[in-house]
Ligand binder design. Structure first.
Ligand SMILES: Nc1ncnc2c1ncn2[C@@H]1O[C@H](COP(=O)(O)OP(=O)(O)OP(=O)(O)O)[C@@H](O)[C@H]1O
Ligand SMILES: [Mg+2]
Length: 259
């Protein structure tokens, strides 16, 4: 859908005020044009220099490898407005006291979702969780640190070989402790698909759906995350019961708060 060269060309034409038939032919026209405008504004603000290539094309979002104007690497996540998964987003935002009443239109909800991911990453980052550093958000476009391994975008835990499973498990426990019991956020989609294996160990990504503890479904989401985390840790050679895991995470979250 998003050939980076094409995106740049479309941005240039948008800038020139062109609205020709070819531009109108682009799939999901309004979304594309508004997304282009958001990218263009971020270029104007000198947050983004250029888009390089697609890292991932998913159901909800496309992620690009990009560069800032000085040539530093970035990851740019573009949320889709037309998404089949759209309805399920509501349950992660409704009841989150950080956000007000929801309007009905998709665009508004997707923009809110993107801001929510930015805010969650920011809170996690400030509490010492290993996440991509969030840099900027505009509409449905989120700009963050590019997580790499050996100079390329980092692989998912799902598909990576670990050089040091012990160290990886330790560092994952630290991050999870800080996330759930330092930052006070429940990831709500923790899995081996949302943990990257990078040069600096595990990095937790994909936090659009994450909620604070006072969200009405936080405990349900927490239980599911803990089941997944127990599975991941077991595959790294560490078996914990639910209660054992929770007390380890609480301890690590509290340690961070004291620092
Ligand atoms: N900061 C980043 N650095 C490097 N790669 C990233 C970064 N953020 C995301 N990715 C890559 O993009 C993929 C999709 O990102 P993410 O998990 O945040 O989106 P998603 O909401 O799961 O998208 P979808 O559900 O539509 O696939 C990740 O699996 C990862 O490979
Ligand atoms: Mg994901």
């Amino acid at each position: 859908m998003y050939d980076p060269r094409r995106v740049e060309e479309l941005i240039a034409r948008w800038e020139n005020g062109e609205r020709d038939a070819e531009m109108r032919k682009v799939r999901n026209e309004v979304f594309d044009v508004l997304t282009l405008r958001n990218i263009y504004k971020l270029m104007e603000r000198r947050v983004i220099g250029r888009l390089l290539r697609v890292i991932s094309t998913g159901k909800e979002a496309n992620v690009f490898e990009a560069m800032d104007p000085r040539g530093n690497p970035l990851a740019v996540k573009l949320y889709r407005v037309e998404t089949s998964e759209f309805r399920h987003l509501r349950k992660y935002i409704e009841g989150d006291p950080r956000f007000g009443r929801l309007r009905r239109d998709r665009r508004h909800l997707v923009d809110l979702w993107t801001r929510k991911e930015f805010k969650n990453l920011d809170t996690a980052y400030r509490h010492g969780v290993s996440v991509p550093v969030p840099f900027a958000v505009r509409g449905n476009v989120l700009v963050m640190e590019l997580i790499t391994k050996d100079g390329a975008p980092a692989p998912l835990l799902r598909s990576a070989e670990l050089e040091d499973p012990e160290g990886f498990a330790e560092s994952l426990l630290d991050s999870a402790g800080r996330l759930y019991f330092g930052a006070g956020l429940v990831h709500a989609d923790l899995s081996e698909y949302n943990i990257l294996v990078s040069d600096r160990g595990p990095v937790i990504i994909d936090m659009g759906q994450s909620v604070p503890w006072d969200h009405p479904l936080s405990v349900e989401f927490f239980r599911r995350d803990m089941d997944r985390l127990r599975g991941i840790l077991a595959s790294l050679g560490r078996e914990y019961s639910f209660n054992e895991l929770v007390s380890i995470l609480k301890e690590r979250g509290a340690q961070w708060k004291k620092m």
